[in-house]
Ligand binder design. Sequence first.
Ligand code: APR
Length: 309
Amino acid sequence: MKSKITVVGAGNVGASVAQRLAERGYADIVLVDIVEGMPQGKALDILESGPVLGFDSNVTGSNTYEATANSDVVVITAGIARKPGMSRDDLLLTNQKIVGGVTQEIAKHSPNAIIIVVSNPLDAMAQMAYHVSKFPKNRVMGMAGVLDTARFRTFIAQELKVSVDDVQAYVLGGHGDTMVPLVRYTTVGGIPVSDLIAKERLDKIVQRARDGGAEIVALLKTGSAYYAPSAAVAQMVDAIILDQKRILPCSAYLEGEYGVKGAFVGVPVKLGKNGIEEIIKIKLMPDEQAALDKSAKSVEELIGVMNIR
Ligand code: APR
């Protein structure tokens, strides 16, 4: 039997996620949104690309949750997106309500699902979904690290004029201005990146990766990124549905790992059919740990504002 994946929020990110996953062919997809007709219309449109692209996934749209029952994976993209000049944190209280309501429905209809949160501010919204669903911590996670790392890898590959395939990197921490690109673990064809790019230039690339989301918001003017975010979600879903045991940076609930207790922060994890199967601990240098602490602190501040601990 095919797996079943629900994508909540059929906007830019949600519809792109649904399309990418439908094209995989390994699952039937249910697209949910509050706007009447819209998820149904987009689902039908995606479905009708099947004969051309050669996939048999069923894709349906809905404004309610009955059709989502017993999903294996649920991707939450519902919420408002940033406009120019807004930080992800400006979305906090609006998206808290939306993600809270969506999670309640998901927990009711798909009690065994693995939840991937995409709505921003990411780590805080993952915390909200964890809080409301009361799911075990391995079944709730946030998508940020794969995207932030992809942006960092893109800029390094551009700089060195090499294939992105040969650039390995890690971006940890919260999905915000305090994210922590780990230069020490960044390699190009196995060579430490600091041997290939001068520090000053590398610092600029690190900053561009941190501002990667804002750069796109400023260009689009009416919304935020969705092609790379949806690709990042699809990679995480692949790891879960295909039980790939991938090591990917994801926002995970920490209970003392990396010195963080009771908060979602981006760290490397092993992703497989049980969701987060392991939190991978790497030794950080004091400056890296300090940057991660700072990042965790800003996530904790948002958790405080949401008043859910
Ligand atoms: N239930 C279901 N869908 C909802 C709800 C709700 N309670 N509230 C809003 N939505 C839907 C909107 O109707 C809209 O179609 O969520 C969708 C969001 O789509 P976009 O506005 O296109 O936003 P998008 O770019 O997809 O970003 C969604 O992901 O990357 C983050 O910061 C981004 O928080 C934002 C989220």
